[in-house]
Design a protein around this ligand. Structure first.
Ligand SMILES: C/C1=C2N=C(/C=C3N=C(/C(C)=C4\N[C@@](C)([C@@H]5N=C1[C@](C)(CCC(=O)O)[C@H]5CC(=O)O)[C@@](C)(CC(=O)O)[C@@H]4CCC(=O)O)[C@@](C)(CC(=O)O)[C@@H]\3CCC(=O)O)C(C)(C)[C@@H]/2CCC(=O)O
Length: 522
């Protein structure tokens, strides 16, 4: 027998401004009718207030028609065990919801104080275990570090049991960055608790699994439950964004399961959730609909027992190259402090951070005065690009070199080996002696070998032709920091870009050339 007559599936967002489209709030609404299920409407409200207004109307209409509603929300309904006690004084989910309902200020235009709340909790109630982290790099929030601290506190668990089991789920303490759910949890719990307190709905809402004992008592007019679209493999298809596809697919899948009498199995406690773990799930951590549900043999699926089968089985990831670049550069900008660099160096910093995935390199990267202009002018004049390793050469996007600049690497020149043997040095350093004919006004990109940078400095001191720019990015433990320190001590009149210390690498050197040649485009 079907449990519900109407379904609302909500993809929540903690955005700070009114937002629509990707990464905003999406709500799919559906109804069961004569044994089948149909989607009624999918809406994309720009603010949390607008979303709640639409949901209220949906619930109101359902109550008036004596219909029972299932409402799934894609944010955590609880924190790892022990957190509710620390934050709200009682090991109980409802104390936590009350705490957020009373503390969160979330305006009709979406501005909210979620980061401040996390920072304040870290400073006082969670001072013994300041678990919250993640914020926009330049928003200074006392108590809330931008990145996950190392070492990370261990006085409270980092993950709920359900997050451990749903492999891709992120911990609720992470308030910012891709895939984070911490901010959604804070703003979401606050909004749902306010609805529970509202006279119109008080006593008519049950929160799964806390108040329903998983599937023991599913008779409330409205059931709220935590869902996680990551349990299913859903593709964007012809929808405007993945979020839209996810809410519609789950709404239809849940509605269909229920019409077939199979939805209760997704709400039941998994057989292997027992003892203290089950108690924690029921008291404070919560659970995710369908997590641990074993698909029956009649449903063909590639899933193991950690997922819900929906018709579409392709993994979800961004495939379009241009979108990957666009999204990546957007995230790099968000996470990187560019304020120290002149405008003209921004593309270079962004591309380098993009190449190694470490925004923190921007804290120590050195771009000497005039380096960017010198590099661009050299490329424009058709100067060659000299590299210490083939890897650097191969990382350079040739289509971005408007003057078809020559790329020179003499590591594998037969003469290099002979010099290396004669001088008892590396091939990387030996090849520098063969650069004389191309060095005047060139860009030298060193991404691997510290000995190549040392030898280049020696050659410049010996009076060899001067390059226009040195991209000094050797990497490693032997000589990398020392060779760069030598250049920083005295640049011998040649502009340079360098990253002090061990960090560097061929990819970074190639990315630096690519930024000079074509900015953030091809
Ligand atoms: C000591 C060397 C280091 N190499 C590192 C890292 C990587 N090197 C790779 C590869 C494939 C190559 N490295 C050579 C340049 C080779 N590496 C050395 C040398 C022995 C000495 C360099 C120096 O200390 O200045 C050097 C050989 C030489 O005689 O110059 C390479 C030429 C070796 C070879 O194939 O013969 C070769 C370059 C090939 C090319 O592209 O042309 C790695 C891919 C190895 C790997 O990880 O599998 C890696 C790439 C790192 C990068 O981003 O470029 C270190 C760690 C840089 C190290 C120097 C510092 C240290 O701590 O030891």
């Amino acid at each position: 027998m079907a449990l519900f007559d109407a379904f609302a599936i909500v993809d929540w967002s903690a955005a700070n401004t009114p937002t629509t489209g990707k990464d905003s709030i999406w709500i799919a609404l559906g109804e069961r009718e004569e044994g089948t299920f149909r989607l009624i409407e999918t809406v994309n409200p720009p603010t949390r207030s607008a979303a709640m207004a639409r949901l209220r109307q949906f619930f109101r209409d359902a109550l008036a028609a004596d219909k029972r509603v299932f409402a799934g929300f894609d944010f955590p309904f609880g924190y790892p065990r022990g957190a509710a006690g620390a934050i709200a004084g009682t090991d109980d989910w409802s104390a936590l919801w009350s705490f957020f309902a009373d503390s969160v200020q979330d305006t009709d235009s979406n501005t909210n104080n979620r980061f401040e709340i996390a920072g304040r909790l870290n400073r006082d109630r969670l001072a013994f275990a300041p678990m919250f982290w993640g914020r926009p790099e330049f928003q200074d929030i006392p108590g809330l570090p931008p990145r996950r601290p190392e070492p990370y506190p261990d006085a409270l668990p980092e993950r709920r049991l359900s997050e451990d089991r749903a492999r891709k789920a992120q911990p609720v303490w992470k308030m910012h960055y891709v895939g984070s759910v911490g901010s959604q949890a804070v703003t979401g719990m606050a909004r749902l608790e306010q609805l529970r307190r509202d006279e119109e709905f008080a006593g008519k809402i049950a929160v799964w699994p806390f108040e329903t004992g998983f599937a023991d008592k599913l008779d409330a007019p409205i059931t709220f439950a935590e869902i996680y679209p990551g349990l299913s493999q859903i593709e964007k298809g012809d929808k405007s964004c993945l979020d839209e596809a996810q809410v519609e697919t789950l709404c239809e899948a849940f509605g269909r399961f229920d019409a077939e009498g199979r939805f209760e199995a997704l709400l039941a406690a998994p057989a292997d959730l027992q003892g203290e773990d089950k108690r924690a799930a029921l008291m404070e951590e919560g659970w995710i609909v369908g997590l641990g549900y074993r698909l029956s043999d009649e449903v063909p699926s590639e899933h193991d027992n950690s997922g819900i089968a929906v018709p579409n089985r392709r993994l979800h990831y961004i495939r379009e190259p241009s979108r990957i670049y666009e999204e990546s550069f957007r995230l790099v900008r968000e996470a990187t402090d560019l304020s120290r660099f002149p405008e003209e160096a921004h593309d270079l910093v962004i591309r380098m951070v993009h190449a190694c995935g470490m925004p923190e390199i921007a804290e120590s990267l050195v771009v000497s005065e005039g380096a960017i202009a010198a590099g661009r002018a050299a490329l424009e004049a058709g100067a060659p690009i000299i590299t210490d390793a083939e890897m650097v050469s191969h990382g350079i996007i040739v289509s971005g070199l408007k003057q078809q600049n020559k790329i020179v690497c003499r590591l594998n020149d037969p003469r290099t080996r002979r010099i290396a043997e004669r001088e008892a040095t590396t091939r990387s350093a030996a090849q520098v002696d063969l650069w004389t004919d191309v060095m005047e006004g060139a860009i030298v990109a060193i991404g691997n070998a510290p000995t190549a940078l040392f030898r280049l400095i020696e050659r410049i001191e010996e009076g060899a032709p001067r390059p226009a720019l040195i991209l000094a990015l050797p990497v490693g433990f032997v000589g990398a920091a020392e060779s760069k320190a030598e250049l920083l001590r005295d640049d011998r009149g040649v502009p340079f870009v360098t990253l002090p210390g061990r960090l560097g690498g061929s990819a970074l050197a190639a990315a630096a050339v690519n930024a000079l040649a074509s900015g953030l485009g091809e």
